[in-house]
Write a protein of this length. Structure first.
Length: 316
């Protein structure tokens, strides 16, 4: 009962984060043209916390104290460095525990019992292997995004708020712990791992690969807008992207991110409530960023394709 309560609390925490971003999205919809310098300190702080990079432009002159609380957008790279190291660490220990029967460090076992399940937890079907797969997918996703930040993307001189930066660092630690909490501890007490490939593993991994390929293509399209044919960076300005999913939405890389997390929910067998709460959080988080990007394109490019949606093709 205690384990169930902790998992419920974890789901509630992700739900609260999702609700916060939904609220921000609704507030933005009510006052899309509000400017930080015309709406007071509270409005200015709100705008500064939800916008980053190019979407901060056109919001008026921010107060000096707000400009002090910003870091370069290229520091996004740090998010994936943290994720590769942290989630790679968790993955290595889980693999050793699952396949070699080694014990996890005591602090991880204590943290697992605190956040998730105690040693008496029963394994429900194949969920331990499913969670291991999801942690692997999360780590691979972080590795790819880190590589793209280092060798594909071309960052402008845009900035992000220091709160957004700290939140991003903490996010990848929290999401890894969320996966860890789905693994019953009794499986990691010397028992052999029963590897059973299920149909939802195949569906989830197939969707993961498909969404990841499209996300990479779209990020490459954005980067190539600033490069010459030889691959040399020639501009840091913004242009209208075309090709792949850009023909349907303004921010297909955000839509692909949502699909990647949905694919992980499928890999967990559809019924993991906690992870679906994570998916809902990603939905509203990415939707907010997509709406702001869509707004930027429409304001700055008069011939911007009118058929494009902001986030979800043909829907939103």
């Amino acid at each position: 009962a205690g384990a169930g309560a902790m998992l419920a609390a974890l789901a509630a925490a992700w739900s609260l984060l999702a609700a916060a971003f939904l609220t921000a999205l609704l507030l933005l919809g009510r006052a899309p043209a509000r400017r930080p310098d015309g709406g007071g300190a509270v409005s200015g702080l709100f705008q500064d916390l939800i916008r980053y990079g190019k979407t901060k432009r056109g919001c008026g002159q921010r107060p000096g104290w707000l400009r002090l609380l910003q870091v370069p957008k290229r520091w996004f790279t740090h998010f994936y460095v943290v994720s590769v190291l942290w989630n790679g660490f968790l993955l290595i220990w889980l693999l050793r525990a699952e396949f070699r029967g080694e014990s996890l460090p005591s602090w991880i076992q204590h943290m697992h019992r605190t956040l998730g399940r105690d040693s008496q937890s029963e394994d429900m079907g194949n969920e331990h292997f499913s969670a291991l797969l999801v942690l692997l997918l999360l780590w691979l996703h972080s590795c790819r995004r880190l590589a793209e930040c280092l060798w594909t993307s071309v960052f402008s001189n845009g900035v992000i708020h220091v709160v957004q930066y700290c939140f991003g660092l903490g996010y990848y630690i929290a999401v890894g712990l969320t996966v860890l909490c789905q693994v019953p501890t009794n499986i990691r007490n010397g028992n052999e791992l029963s590897v059973q490939i299920c149909w939802y593993h195949i569906v989830g991994i197939t969707m993961y690969i498909w969404a990841s390929l499209h996300q990479h293509r779209c990020l490459a399209i954005l980067a190539n807008l600033r490069k010459s044919k030889s691959g040399k960076v020639v501009s840091l300005s913004h242009s209208v992207p075309f090709g792949d999913w850009f023909e349907s939405v303004s921010s297909p890389h955000y839509f692909a991110e949502l699909l990647i997390y949905v694919s992980m929910a499928i890999t967990l067998g559809f019924q993991n409530v906690t992870w679906w709460c994570v998916v809902i959080y990603v939905l509203f988080n990415q939707a907010l960023a997509a709406v702001l990007c869509h707004e930027f394109y429409q304001k700055n490019f008069s011939s911007y394709p009118k058929q494009r949606k902001a986030f979800i093709p043909h829907v939103f």
